[in-house]
Structure formats: structure tokens, C-alpha cells
Design a protein around this ligand. Sequence first.
Ligand code: COD
Ligand code: ZN
Ligand code: ZN
Length: 365
Amino acid sequence: MKAAVLYEPNTPLVIEDLHIDPPKAGEVKVKVAANGACHSDLHVMTGDMRMPLPMVLGHEGAGVVAEVGAGVTSVKEGDHVVLSFNPVCGICHYCTQGKPHLCETRPKALGALLDGTTRLRKNNDEIFHFAYTASFAEEAIVHESCAIKIREDVPLDRACFVGCGTMTGVGAAVNTANVQPGSSTVVIGCGGVGLNVIQGCALAGARQVIAVDLLDSKLEFAKTFGATHTINPGQDDAFKAVMELTGGRGADYAFEVISTAKTIELAFKMTGRGGVCTVVGVSPDGARISLNPNIFCLMEKRIQGSYYGSTRPRIDMPRLLDMYMDKKIKIDELVSKTFALEQVNEAYDLLKEGSGVARSVIKFF
Ligand code: COD
Ligand code: ZN
Ligand code: ZN
């Protein structure tokens, strides 16, 4: 089957035929229908996020179950699934607490599936799986907990976004930060994930949703997703503008959706008394932030992370797709362009230029 492989950071992905093993016990083989081009794959391509190579990238996928391994009960051949990049064991400390996105099985298997081995080979050489999904490929083997059964009337080239951008963004606002109706919010970074944080804030009933991005084109899209105000920090002092818009208080909820130390510090500065700053991005290795520690006590401000929108995949993903079908959340509006697998590098050129809306989709069938 054909897949997009990264051999070295800062080189194009290579489209080539790979051998894929059958699913082992507890695993599912998925015929990938579509996969979004998310910025996290780009972090691996540039070397900002270090991964074992060669690796098949892609982690925002949806498709149809082609084969199930022994013991799989939650899906069967022919089922439509969204791929979750977060395997869940169901019995660890965090799964038991209802926080499966923090499941302890995850860190043991970087670049491999849960048993520590891979299912992908070129000749006899091992190829690693990005994010337990490796879905820039015609077929993917995933752990059963990563194959989330969905309704069949959702187009798979839209459902795929729930596998990352929509879940990560809407979940950061609704699950992690638990934005309250009537509150003020600011979102720094209006890309594929940031626009979804914006629509999550709007959905939660925030009175103000202030979008911050260096590109005016992104700020225009932000309005479509529910931003009430926009600020371009290339033209205006973003901190001053947020303070003015919030009556000198700062925002009740601030979100950083870019992943640089400077924008995390800015998001915390924009957070008001008693407010909470949520960091959605993963910064390059070695990055450090500098904060005034007295602010924690004196202003009772908080800073927290959000991983995968604190998702409980089997609850949240089908629900987001119900909301999409009921026109309560936007997915179509995220998509700039559709590419074939052979054009995956073009999709990433578009993301780097920032000239698209937010996401391109790679369509397999
Ligand atoms: N000030 C304001 N806006 C800026 C600045 C700046 N200094 N720098 C860049 N921007 C804007 C860009 O114009 C762009 O609109 C936006 O920031 C970034 O958007 P995208 O589309 O390039 O990136 P996303 O939305 O696909 O991804 C953002 C993440 C923060 C999620 C990503 O970079 C990341 O850190 N991923 C790892 C975190 C993770 O694991 N997430 C779950 C899987 S993705
Ligand atoms: Zn992603
Ligand atoms: Zn677990």
C-alpha cells in the first residue's frame, strides 16, 4: 500500500509502497479515506518535534474498517471510523478517573503500536507510525481504542477533522477550560486548531471571543467561526487591545494555539484576575517560558495545558459529528483544498505559506 514517509527532517515526504502486516489481537486495519494536513506533522517534518525515523506521518484520519484482529468487539469490517491518536487502556489510573486522554499506556511506545512493535516495512526495514495512526497511507493499523465508530452519513473527508483539529480545538474550550456563558475569551493563533477553539468558545456562550493572528486573512476566517473581535499584533499592541476590550481586566479565558514561548507568555499576560490560560501548542524541545510567580497568588491566575481537547473519544467524537450534521459546528469552512496522496508536500507548502483557510485534506477515495 502507498504511504507518505519522512526519512530526514526538512526533506519532502516520499510517497512509496510499503508492506503492512495484518492486525494483531486488539488491533484494527482501516482503509483510510481522508486525512487532514495538521501542523503537528509539520513539527515532525521540521525536526521541532523529534521522532524516530523513517516514519509514516498523518494523524487526522477517517476511513472504513477493512479487517479486525482477534478479540476486537467495538468495530467490524465495513464500519466507518475516525482515527484517534490516543490509545486508551481503560484500566490505568487516568482512564479510571475518566481522563482517557492521559492514559498511561501512551508514552511506552513512541513510533510503535502499543506492544512496542511496528506493522510497517520497506523491504525488511522497519518504518515507524506517527501518533499511533500513521494515516498518510492507504491503510493504517491502529489499536482498537483508536478506531472510533461513527455514523455513516458523515462524509469521511469531513469526519477526519474530528480526529484532531476539531476535537483538539473545541475540546480545549469546552472540556479543558470549561468556558462559561457570558465570559470573555482570547485565542492567540487562528489556524486549523485555533479556529476550532474560537468556535468552542462561541458554542460555550462566551460574550467576547477575541481572535489574535498575524494574518488578516486568518482573522477574517475567525469571524466566520464566531470571533467577536480581531487583533493583528503586527499592526496593534495586542495586550493593550485586549485590556481595552475587556474593561482593563484581561480575559477570563486565554488560549495559546501557536506554540511559541512568547505567545504563551502573552496569553498569560492577557489573562485577567481569577482567569485561566490554556496552552494548546507543543513548543520546540528546550523552549522555556518566563512568568512572574507573584501573579499566581495575587491575581489567582492559572495556567494549564490541554491535550487533545481532554477528549473521551468514544463520547466526544460521535457527538461532535452529530453537531456538525445539525449545523451547530463548522467543518466544511475549515477546508482550503483537497489533494491526492502524491500531492501531500503541496498541502504542507500551503500550510507553511498560511494562504489557505486552515486545513487541506488528502483524499484517498
Ligand atoms: N502571533 C499571532 N499569530 C501567529 C504567530 C504570532 N507570533 N505566529 C503564528 N501565528 C498564527 C499563524 O498565522 C497561523 O494562523 C496560526 O498561528 C497557526 O496555525 P496552523 O494552522 O499553522 O497550526 P494548527 O492550528 O494546525 O496547529 C497549532 C498547534 C498549536 C496545535 C500545533 O502547532 C501544535 O503545537 N501541535 C502539537 C500539540 C498537539 O499535540 N496537538 C494535538 C495534535 S495536533
Ligand atoms: Zn493534529
Ligand atoms: Zn489507560
